[in-house]
Ligand binder design. Structure first.
Ligand SMILES: [Fe+2]
Length: 378
């Protein structure tokens, strides 16, 4: 099998993201479009960056109005303000929604006069390299800082990802100290997103030796550090390890794809406005139970080592292993607890089969299979 590994993003594992940002922007900085959210401004996390930028003489357009799951209408005002000021850089400080907004803004700024919806739906090709984007994650979750996709809702709110090599950020600055104040429930849910990214990248059909390295190490790091990061959020070592794991899992899944958990989570989260990390977390045990018969002995050996399972364990144990891990993290273990209703199962299952990533899953799944997984997890 042939494969390509392409990561143009410079990744800086940092313990002082403010200083690293200033170095990346090579002073005197050109005008900067700085995208974040109100929560991070309120929590004082954005403030050191803004202060340092202003002290360096950089002109900054601040856009702090990014909601969760942003739509085009949420991004356009930032881009218009950035264009007016002649911004040459985009900085995104936040979780996946902010980073995706920053990456989309980088593309929009380099395609003036082109409707982003046309780019999003492939009616107009992406032709121009983006304005340079610096992504600074404040959650250990999506891995958006190292992926070539940005998911922004179109004008009707349909979540349509734009996937193109020009979407990659120029630089990712990964600093776990920015995550110290993330509440336990969000730490656990976003951290489980990392676990699922890594497991799906490792088990998926497009896995390669290059992505296995990142995926297996990310699995090991999440298994080791997520319980501590959740129970003791002020543990800087745990935060830094989870920050690295999230980026490594992002590298793995961007290159090798996701699988059935994410395929089902798309319509599931859409139906109930469910937090993405929570959705994939609760789906994981039941989906792995379905996948178990398709896991080869070689894959199982490597996975069981990364999960630190005893020699006697076998793939059929994955469901209970993951349920116990969720319990350790204080997360729900049944889909009914996060809103799933029996009456919706068929529609969600059919929606899952329309998600592209289902084709990368280690075991082929039909709508009936997806319905059975959802029913088992209810
Ligand atoms: Fe995810």
């Amino acid at each position: 099998m042939s494969y390509t590994f392409y990561l143009p993003t410079k990744v800086i594992f940092s313990d002082k993201a403010v200083d690293d940002l200033m170095a990346v922007l090579d002073k005197p900085a050109e005008p900067v479009l700085f995208i974040t959210d109100k929560g991070l401004v309120k929590a004082g996390i954005a403030e050191p960056f803004l202060t340092q930028l202003k002290e360096s003489g950089a002109r900054v357009v601040l856009h702090d109005d990014v909601p969760g799951n942003p739509n085009l209408e949420d991004v356009l005002p930032a881009v218009e303000a950035g264009m007016k000021m002649g911004c040459r850089w985009v900085v995104g400080l936040g979780g996946g929604s902010v980073l995706d907004t920053a990456k989309a803004a980088g593309i929009m700024l380099s395609h003036p006069g082109v409707d982003y919806e046309d780019l999003q739906w492939g009616r107009v090709p992406v032709t121009n390299p983006p304005f340079p984007v610096v992504c600074i994650p404040t959650t250990a979750g999506t891995g958006s800082e190292v992926t070539k996709v940005t998911v922004i809702g179109d004008r009707k709110g349909f979540k349509k990802g734009l996937l193109h090599p020009f979407v990659f950020a120029r630089t990712a600055i990964v600093d776990g100290s920015l995550m110290l104040s993330l509440p336990a429930n969000l730490t656990a849910a976003t951290g489980m997103d990392v676990m699922v990214h890594a497991i799906e990248a490792f088990l998926g059909k497009r896995a390669s030796p290059f992505t296995d390295l990142y995926a297996l190490e990310a699995i090991r790091m999440v298994r080791t550090w997520l319980p501590e990061a959740t129970a003791n959020g002020s543990n800087l070592e745990a935060r830094q390890q989870m920050a690295k794991a999230a980026t490594m899992a992002g590298i793995a899944f961007d290159q090798s794809g996701l699988g059935l958990v994410h395929a089902i989570c798309g319509p599931l989260a859409g139906a109930y406005h469910l937090h993405h990390g929570l959705g994939v977390a609760v789906l994981l045990p039941y989906t792995l139970d379905f996948d178990a018969p398709a896991i080869s002995p070689e894959r199982w050996y490597a996975l069981s080592l990364a999960l630190d399972l005893p020699d006697s364990a076998h793939p059929g144990d994955l469901k209970n292993v993951m349920i116990m891990f969720l319990e350790t993290l204080g997360l729900p273990t049944r889909l009914g607890e996060v809103g799933l209703k029996q009456a919706d199962i068929q529609a969600i299952a059919e929606g899952a089969t329309r998600m592209a990533m289902i084709g990368n899953n280690v075991r082929a799944a039909t709508a009936d299979d997806c319905a059975a997984i959802l029913t088992a997890g209810l």
